[in-house]
Design a protein around this ligand. Sequence first.
Ligand SMILES: C[S@@+](CC[C@H](N)C(=O)[O-])C[C@H]1O[C@@H](n2cnc3c(N)ncnc32)[C@H](O)[C@@H]1O
Length: 412
Amino acid sequence: MEQEIAYNILLAYFKEGSYLNITLNKALTPDMDRHMKNRITRIVYGTLQNALLLEYQLKKFVKKVKVSEKTILLIGLYEHYFMDIPDYAIVDELVNLAKKVKGIRTASFINAVLRNAFQSEINLEGLSEDEQLALRTSHPLWLVKVFKKQYGEMETIKILEADNQVPLRSGRVNTLVISRKELLEEDEHFQKGNLSEDGVLYEGGNIAATDAFKKGKVTIQDESSQMVARLLNPDEGSEVLDMCGAPGSKTTHLAALMHNTGHIDVYDLYRHKEKLIQDNIKRLHVTNITTHTADSTTLKDTLDKQYDAILLDGPCSGLGVLARKPEIKYHDSSAMDEIIPLQAKLLENAYYLLKNGGKMVYSTCTLNKKENEKQIENFIHRHPDMEVLEERTILPYQYHSDGFYMCLMRKR
Ligand SMILES: C[S@@+](CC[C@H](N)C(=O)[O-])C[C@H]1O[C@@H](n2cnc3c(N)ncnc32)[C@H](O)[C@@H]1O
């Protein structure tokens, strides 16, 4: 049963590139027990997180496979190499699954390949050190090289290993409605988080299916991401701009920190994403936000206003969230640097929209220093009246949360 659900989620990813977290959350229904949900989650994430290594191993036994067969075989190899399940049970269940979804011929093929593969250990000898590290942790070689150059070998190994952990289900307590202490007393499946003072971890599956979520007491947000609004920490009653806001996790956090006072203008490029922000505003009982759809790279030309505080949490390469979105590491490397000029343009707009004496935070969920430290260094060089007050990088292994960069600046 678990294998079949995991198979359907992974097949949709391999065939259509569907988002893992969305299909997974849909598949985890309230009637499933916690054990079952955890197992499905582990198989889905584990298989995709380790896909390069598993495919490397699979190629030793089969040259060409259909995507449906590949999906079943990768699950089998993942369970064999990474989970504590007897080989006969893995083969039995996957052969039955193959019979059900593909028929008897595929089932006997799966049976033969798995029995054969299970006799063999993974052997990476003969490859260079970087190639071995890349394969062992299933990251593309170019990414291993980028991380090693920017963070050194020891940090890189810890980051790559953290990318293969099953992400925690984290949420933020909506302090407009309830305190964290009260929420923990109300629902025993919630526990205190590892990092954020508003953070909770949930053990019962999809947070969006909880009563607390529906009533706006909690929202889904990684704990590192929760540190961003706290870093900006806007004053009550102030005028705030959030330039790239959808789906509104940080905007609604800013509103909570401001106790629904003052005013926040939030922008996003896409109309359908503005709707997501509006849904969150409504669910979380926020009353001080106005949403807009516009391109924030030209805001300074259209807005006749300056703000006390600005959040720029713009588009980025996402290299901090590879545990949660393992699909990103299999993207083409060229996408990474294309985004840098766009971020610089957004920063320029932020500069002109910030009052003298105002503060702003630039944040990303990437670990690529060219989008982070270097981007800010260039920005400060262009605008010497901007002063860095605090710069922080959270690495994914430190708190079992997303990798994030955030920088608090002030305009003199
Ligand atoms: C990292 S996400 C923002 C996450 C959001 N701050 C939150 O915490 O929920 C970046 C957002 O920037 C938006 N975006 C990208 N280019 C933009 C542009 N030129 N102007 C405005 N928004 C843009 C994307 O649509 C995306 O929703």
